[in-house]
Design a protein around this ligand. Structure first.
Ligand code: PMT
Length: 411
């Protein structure tokens, strides 16, 4: 797992060094982020040496002090995307207050807001600060949001007082991590087949028909499913994206290649999510030589491709089959038609002309049309978050559509 460890300013900051070692011994890679106050207690060099990675200390500069540039300005987003778990240890009262209120004034607080991964917070502070209503309310807010709190230990504190406030032991912190990751692995044991990206249909050796799909939406689904414990098979058209960690990827180019790859792997999947923008038409013939330029209009005959989603969903049995609908008008009407005509369980409809939605955007605006009649419009959100919502809906839908038959008593 890729763990991002936030270290904040407290005497217990030195204990985070041992935590880095333990996490690495468990096979995790650790990216350390230090707040300004943390650097008063321990130097970034300690963590850089232990983790083998550059320590992030500032929203606009790294620990080497290099100047601000575009890369450093958006690094919190990149780190958020590659974080499987955000751990903050030790966590001060201040950082918890900022997390609770959504303040984003340094790298760690900004990362917390940008991160969709599970979060574990291990507080450490003076007993009165811990017991203060303000802190307890912040802790309650974080818990209610799903943040796992590694409860501080009771004992003699650095401030000379005795009581709760000491950083939880390493074993307790590791247990909190195991518990929260287990809870977030609700797709353990599932095999999910995802399609993503465009297809390309050749006209001649130099030209082809394609569309604007970047693959971002499908890749976000694949990554989210893998993080939630699924085995993921990603059938991808040509895109410029890295394969998400733990995902098995099959590259294809044409609609027919995508069809074959999807059908080949569909038997082993319990869920199929087709986010690819597949060509609806392909040239009737692919010319062996480059089509020569001329003055007369050129007519190219196209023939329909096979609808992969409809073909798959015909014999889907207990599988949950999800399609997308890229629309430019009458979104709801068209999406409902696709849900019925393609025999899908869920259609994720996006108006690709809307601001922040559709092709090549990092965000999307979708409505989920489910087989059980539930329509659910989501606000604009990152595609990574849309992916999570789709997976949530797939799980809900399966429990509704394929609930075990109720047991009848024969008394
Ligand atoms: O890749 P991005 O840049 O992130 O953009 C995301 C997206 C806009 C591509 C994505 O959100 C999306 O809408 N994907 C589906 C695009 C599409 O082809 O929609 P459609 O309405 O034409 O097709 C409906 C469904 O049928 C889709 O699930 C599609 O995969 C499937 N289909 C279509 C044609 C075909 N021959 N076979 C299919 O299975």
């Amino acid at each position: 797992m890729r763990i991002t460890l936030g270290v904040t300013g407290g005497v217990a900051a030195y204990k985070a060094a041992e935590l880095v070692r333990r996490l690495q011994q468990e096979g995790h890679s650790v990216q350390v982020v230090m707040t300004r106050a943390a650097r008063e207690f321990v130097t970034p060099l300690t963590f850089a040496a232990l983790s083998g990675q550059k320590v992030i200390t500032d929203l606009f500069r790294d620990s080497s002090g290099s100047e601000a540039n575009l890369e450093s300005a958006i690094e919190h987003i990149a780190v958020a995307q590659r974080t499987d778990l955000l751990l903050v240890a030790p966590a001060t009262a201040d950082i918890m207050a900022k997390f609770a209120r959504g303040v984003a004034d340094d790298f760690l607080t900004t990362l917390y807001l940008a991160c969709t991964a599970p979060v574990v917070v291990a507080p450490a502070m003076n007993v009165n600060m811990w017991n203060h209503t303000a802190t307890q309310e912040n802790v309650a807010t974080l818990r209610a949001r799903g943040v796992k709190i590694a409860q501080p230990d009771e004992g003699y504190l650095a401030c000379g007082m005795t009581g709760p406030g000491r950083l939880a032991g390493l074993e307790e912190i590791l247990t909190a991590i195991h518990e929260i990751t287990k809870a977030h692995r609700d797709l353990d044991g599932e095999t999910i087949l995802v399609s993503a990206g465009p297809t390309c249909e050749d006209l001649d050796p130099v030209r082809f028909l394609t569309n604007r799909s970047s693959g971002k939406m499908g890749y976000a689904v694949a990554e989210a499913a893998a993080r939630r414990g699924a085995k993921v098979i990603l059938v991808s058209g040509p895109v410029n994206l890295e394969t998400p960690a733990g995902v098995e990827r099959a590259d294809v180019r044409t609609a027919e290649e995508m069809r074959r790859a999807v059908l080949d792997r569909s038997a082993e999947a319990s869920m199929i999510i087709l986010a690819a923008a597949v060509a609806d038409y392909r040239p009737v013939e692919r010319r062996a030589e480059k089509i020569k330029k001329g003055n007369a209009p050129l007519t190219i005959s196209l023939e329909p491709t096979t609808d992969i989603l409809a073909e798959l969903a015909k014999n889907k049995g207990q599988k949950i089959v999800v399609g997308f609908a890229a629309e430019t008008e009458r979104v709801a009407e068209n999406a409902r038609k696709k849900l019925a005509s393609k025999n899908a369980d869920l259609i994720v409809a996006n108006d690709v002309t809307a601001e922040g939605a559709g092709f090549d955007q990092d965000t999307n605006v979708v409505t989920l049309f489910s087989r059980d009649g539930r329509d659910h419009a989501l606000p604009k959100m990152p595609k990574t978050e849309v992916a999570q919502r789709i997976l949530d809906e797939v799980l809900r839908l399966r429990s509704v559509l394929h609930a075990p038959a109720s047991r009848h008593s024969n008394v």
